[in-house]
Ligand binder design. Sequence first.
Ligand code: FAD
Length: 392
Amino acid sequence: DLPPINGDFYNLDLKLTPEQREIQLKVRNFMEDEIRPLVNEYWKKDQFPFEVIKKFSKLNIVGVPYEGYGCPNMPFLMEGIIAQEIARVDVSISTFFGVHSGLAMGSIYLCGSEEQKQEWLPQMAKMEKIGAFGLTEPNVGSGVAGGLETTCQFDGENWILNGQKKWIGNATFADVIVIWARDLDSGRVKGFLVRKENPGFSAEKIQDKMALRIVQNALITLKDCRVPEGDRLQNANSFKDTANVLRMTRAGVAWQAVGCARGAYESALKYTKKREQFGRPIASFQLIQNHLVEMLSNLTAMQTLCFRLSEMQDQDLLTDEHASLAKVYCSMRMRDVVSRAREVLGGNGILLEYDVARFVADAEAIYSYEGTKEINSLIVGRAITGYSAFVS
Ligand code: FAD
């Protein structure tokens, strides 16, 4: 008998409680039964499978770490474990989930007034309303901290928003889009809950992406978009508040990289046991085993690092540089794992039906979003040297 395929080589699962393990298996089974059969088709069509939203909501995992408002209030570790499970099958679906549950709900949870939380979070936890998060702009990506071009100004009655946001996941269909803009009067960054029906808001789907094709990313245009004061995030008073949201979600993105690498490794290992050349399974060749072991060692290092990262998050010890180091390290190692997986599949490594090609393409999005390798490295570099290298 061949040994089972297990992408958790050091049995980190054993550190979970029986209840946590049950949730992990519930998510795994859901992803295998409901999502895996349809992802390649939707990826090819460049469409989002809206039918899964209702099924997804039944898992009761939306808004994982938040307390109250119908959210599960589980440790951050479980948010990571869930991100890994979802991304292990499909990175697009995990991004859809991360944008809604992490970035959008997280902004409301951390920066919203009690009234705003009461209005949005329970509906979002049930996925009756879907959220998006608009920070990046056509001209401003890495430099959002000081360079937002989207503006807001209070006219005595409403806030008037003008500008564009690029790459905004879920925004073509989201009910509420968190928009970050610079106040023309105070110069400070403020956050807004823009409803899809707000006059002056429009979202156009970005076409022909070669990664995360299931996720609907939009170019948003805000043209004299009126937002009442009641929809301004009441506790977002500067970019520091935006950064607090990103610190929390960046840890989740590191876990997503783990899931992507794990999905690719497990697919590759399975393939090498079945595929025969020279009259033997290719898994029996030394050079193939070397690839598999390199993949597994990368994956295991990523998992153990993320486990500790989540423990620190649960102990309230997480800093920006901790989250950034994990994001940098895991996205680099993920890229190595998926490219080795693609290699051991030979020609089939570029065919959609073997899954690995999708992981290779989708890994490129993880590599760039929530801070590129350079930006997250500079955050860590600043922390360890005391010198900021962001500007010359
Ligand atoms: P740029 O900032 O133009 O960077 C180009 C290159 O220059 C990069 O290699 C970068 O590292 C490098 N660089 C920039 N500054 C420096 C420096 N000081 N030193 C060294 N190198 C530097 N944003 C949202 O707000 N919401 C979303 O939902 C969202 N979803 C996304 C989904 C996808 C699929 C993608 C691709 C992006 C998404 N983004 C989203 C945007 C994402 O966060 C940005 O793409 C990312 O921050 C990089 O910005 P940029 O693409 O403008 O690249």
